[in-house]
Each structure stands twice: as C-alpha cells, then as structure tokens.
Design a protein around this ligand. Structure first.
Ligand code: SF4
Ligand code: SF4
Length: 193
C-alpha cells in the first residue's frame, strides 16, 4: 500500500485531458476582465512581447501571454486557480511595450480581483488588509523604528493615522463598505484556524 501512495493521483494528473473544448470557455470572463481592467484585452494577437519583457518569466513558469490567451478564450477556472497569477510584480513593462496598447498588468489585476471573490488569495494580502484596518498602515510603525526616529530628531510616530488616530474610523468605513476586513478575517481563520 505504502509503495503506491499518491500514485493514482499522480497518474490521473498526468493523463488529464488537456484538450480545450467549448464548454471550458466562459464568455463572461473576458467581459468581466475587460470591465474591471478597462483595457482592450480581446485585441491581443499573442506576439509575446509582454512575456519577453517580464522579470518574473525567466525565474518561474509565469507567462503573461498565457494569461492573455486565457482571458481571450474565457478560460476562467484555469486562469483563476493558477498560483502563477500572483507572481506579477506589476512593473508595467509589458504594458509599456504591447504593440496593441493593451495593459496586460491590469488584466492580471482584474483576474486577481475575480480570484479574491472566490477566496483564492495568498494570505499575505489578507494580513495587509488586517494591518490597514487596525492602524491605517500596511506596514505599521514599531518600537524599534520609534527609537530610531527619536534618535534622528523626528517625532516617534509620523504625521499619519499613527499620530492622528481620529481618522481611523473613516478608513475602517471604506474597508467595511467592501466587506474586505470581514472576508480577510474569515479566510485567514479558515486557513490558519
Ligand atoms: S504584448 Fe500585447 S499583443 Fe503581444 S502578446 Fe502581450 S498582450 Fe498580446
Ligand atoms: S507587469 Fe507583471 S506581467 Fe507585466 S512585465 Fe511586469 S511582472 Fe510581468
């Protein structure tokens, strides 16, 4: 038994049907990506300039051109469940160079938005939401930095929500409006208990 542990799953994965059929496509996906990204994703003719510009591509299996194709073909499940979706650094090199004036970076951002709505999101993003909700900062001040600021003749806290916490309710109201904090808390709890 132990000798074949995991084998059927591995075999199934290897033999998975990799052909695309019409049923794999959700035409709403391209529409949604376009309306969120506000870029002409359907005009991609797969020249590959974007992937050739991408700093993530040489170091991983992430291919922005592949994601553009998935957008055009409506391959929603395949795109949104791919962990590579989170390897874009949003450097905008692809967007600077696309001969069709598409902004592939914003296509990725749109896909990340749609993935988040399905609870597909790296936990670091959620922890940033929690930090902003509690302090107004994605990277809050701490005692080491406070001591360093004092040494430099600065106030211990910068003139932000750290110094003026009375602005925090406004920030929380925005996050609550989009249910960001509630969703972040729920997903973190599901993942980390
Ligand atoms: S550079 Fe533009 S047209 Fe070329 S593959 Fe990338 S998105 Fe498509
Ligand atoms: S914005 Fe993202 S996809 Fe485009 S080149 Fe930079 S890392 Fe690659």
């Amino acid at each position: 038994m132990a000798r074949t542990k995991g084998y059927p799953e591995a075999l199934e994965k290897k033999l998975r049907d990799q052909r695309y059929v019409r049923e794999d496509s959700n035409p709403e996906f391209l529409k949604n990506v376009k309306s969120i990204s506000r870029t002409i994703a359907h005009m991609c003719y797969q020249c590959g300039t974007c992937t050739g510009s991408c700093p993530s591509a040489p170091r991983s299996s992430y291919r922005i051109r592949h994601f553009m194709r998935r957008a055009v073909l409506g391959l929603e499940n395949e795109a949104l469940t791919d962990p590579d979706l989170w390897l874009c650094t949003t450097c905008y090199s692809c967007s600077d160079r696309c001969p069709r004036d598409i902004i592939p970076t914003d296509v990725i951002m749109a896909m990340r938005n749609l993935a988040f709505k399905r609870d597909i999101v790296p936990v670091n993003f959620l922890k940033t939401v929690q930090a902003i909700y509690s302090s107004g900062h994605g990277v809050p001040n701490n005692d080491v930095n406070r001591a360093a600021r004092e040494k430099l003749g600065l106030t211990r806290d910068p003139p932000t929500t750290h110094m003026y916490p009375e602005y925090m309710p406004g920030i929380r109201k925005i996050l609550d409006h989009y249910k960001l904090k509630a969703n972040a808390d729920r997903i973190v709890k599901e993942r980390e208990g």
